[in-house]
Design a protein around this ligand. Structure first.
Ligand SMILES: Nc1ncnc2c1ncn2[C@@H]1O[C@H](COP(=O)(O)OP(=O)(O)OP(=O)(O)O)[C@@H](O)[C@H]1O
Ligand SMILES: [Mg+2]
Length: 471
């Protein structure tokens, strides 16, 4: 689940990264191109101003040369030139005024220019009217004052200033515009290269992840198939040994039956002391063998989840008293002090027979490990709605490092031939299987030289994951 989300995230990131980088490249280029176009507009605008300034100068020249020519020759063609300049000049001044509205320097130049133009127009108009009204000499005399020429020089100067200002601006704008163009090109090239690199990297990353996932999936399928095979083999083995165990038990019933008959004097005749001893040995070994087979069968049933449970409500204190009755005989040989310290009267719904089985295993172990005159205590108390049982002994204890293996099949701490404790190492496995199947847990506390306590906590009516038969 986690892996899937990580893969999905990676694919989303891998596809978003190139899109994002192309988006960023696009946005930057858009901005750069816009400012480039803006600069271009400004360049165009500057050319317009310069063009208009040239036009004003030309019109003023027309006025100047037209009026002067008319004064000297009286030729109407000169008068036409004069009039053409007169008709254009005011429009041209207006246009240049508007074009430079945002430039205070140019505006003050325009003011100066307008003033000079007005003076020059007045002067030239006077020349024309003197020619018309007073004749050639009067008009030429007016021209000869050089006032008109002076004004024209000043007008040219102002126009030249204006053109210089615009040319400076033009230089600046051309430079900015070039920079913008260069920037746009650089951004597009670098951005596209980065976006391509990111795309390649993320494609490789996605490809690798997908390949990895395919491999993991393949391994998972193989493992799954392998596990299935192993499980089938395990089940077959377990079935076989369950059957064998069962088959072993049947002849034992006959053996112990005959042993009992032999001991019974009236049935098969009287036995001498040695024969009785031999039959007793057969009997007790048969019981051991029966128990061993029962344990193996129980362990198998638990493996196959076929152990049967039979839950009913019962008094826990009575179950505890029963333990004393059932097992007190076991205590005689070692003169063990066996006590039930349960104080509460508890009721619980669980399987008392299976709990007896747990007690039997734990008590038998305790008996084997306590010294002569040792002590075994059993107890039951309520704990968070469950019942907590324990079997406590003051035996030799179990070293910490050995405790982990205790609940594993066929595990025994002392495997030497000289050991006093018999058994096969299935008792605690069965205890764990039963407590867990009843929804509980089992654990121990032990200290070498001081003793061992096995605890098992059983819930009231805890669920079982095995077969159960309700009564
Ligand atoms: N009360 C105890 N004190 C000390 N050691 C113990 C105690 N109970 C169990 N053990 C140790 O744990 C081992 C496993 O116990 P378990 O009951 O599973 O098997 P077993 O008693 O050896 O054989 P089985 O119970 O199948 O006859 C024992 O061999 C013993 O070494
Ligand atoms: Mg045991």
């Amino acid at each position: 689940m986690f892996k899937q989300t990580t893969h999905a995230k990676l694919i989303v990131i891998a596809s978003l990264l190139p899109i994002a980088s192309f988006g960023i490249v696009g946005a930057i280029s858009y901005y750069e191109i816009n400012s480039f176009l803006d600069d271009e507009n400004w360049v165009k605008h500057t050319y317009q101003v310069i063009g208009q300034a040239d036009d004003v100068e030309k019109s003023m020249l027309d006025i100047e040369t037209g009026s002067r020519g008319y004064a000297i020759t009286g030729n109407p063609i000169s008068l036409d030139v004069f009039n053409s300049g007169m008709s254009n000049i005011s429009g041209q001044l207006d246009s240049i005024r508007q074009l430079t509205a945002d430039n205070p320097d140019q505006q003050s130049n325009i003011k100066k220019l307008t003033n000079l133009v007005e003076q020059k127009i007045a002067f030239s108009s006077k020349t024309v009217s003197l020619r018309n009204n007073q004749g050639k000499d009067a008009a030429i005399q007016n021209v000869a004052t050089l006032n008109g020429t002076n004004l024209m020089v000043q007008i040219r100067q102002v126009i030249s200033d204006m053109k210089n200002t615009e040319n400076n601006l033009l230089d600046q704008r051309a430079h900015t515009s070039q920079m913008s163009a260069q920037n746009s090109t650089n951004t597009i090239i670098a951005g596209t290269a980065i976006a391509i690199i990111i795309t390649i990297i993320s494609t490789i990353a996605v490809y690798k992840k997908m390949k990895q996932r395919d491999e993991v999936e393949k391994t998972n399928i193989e493992l799954h198939l392998e596990t299935e095979k192993l499980r089938e083999r395990d089940n077959a083995k377990a079935e076989l040994s369950a059957m064998v165990s069962h088959e072993l038990k049947t002849p034992l019933v006959t053996i112990s039956g005959y042993a009992e008959m032999l001991k019974d004097e009236g049935v098969l005749g009287t036995l001498n002391q040695e024969q009785i001893h031999a039959v007793d040995t057969i009997s007790s070994q048969t019981v051991k063998l029966e128990r061993l087979i029962s344990d193996i069968m129980d362990a198998q049933k638990m493996d196959l989840k076929r152990m049967k449970f039979n839950k009913r409500e019962f008094a826990v204190d009575e179950l505890m008293e029963e333990q004393i009755q059932i097992h007190s005989k076991l205590m005689d040989d070692k003169n063990i002090q066996f006590t039930n310290t349960t104080k509460e009267k508890l009721k619980i719904k669980s399987d008392p027979d299976r709990l007896n089985q747990v007690f039997a295993n734990l008590i038998k172990n305790a008996v084997d490990f306590v010294p002569e005159n040792g002590k075994i205590e059993i107890n039951a108390t309520r704990k968070n709605g469950d019942v907590l049982f324990y079997v406590k002994d003051n035996g030799k204890g179990i070293p910490k490092e050995k405790q982990d293996g205790l609940f594993k099949k066929f595990y025994q701490i002392d495997t030497s031939l000289k050991r006093s404790h018999g058994g096969t190492g299935l008792g605690l496995v069965i205890c764990k299987g039963i407590t867990e199947a009843l929804g509980g847990t089992i654990w121990l506390e032990s200290e070498v030289g001081k003793g061992t306590t096995f605890y098992f906590q059983i819930p009231n009516n805890g669920s079982t994951n095995q077969n159960q038969e309700e009564v």
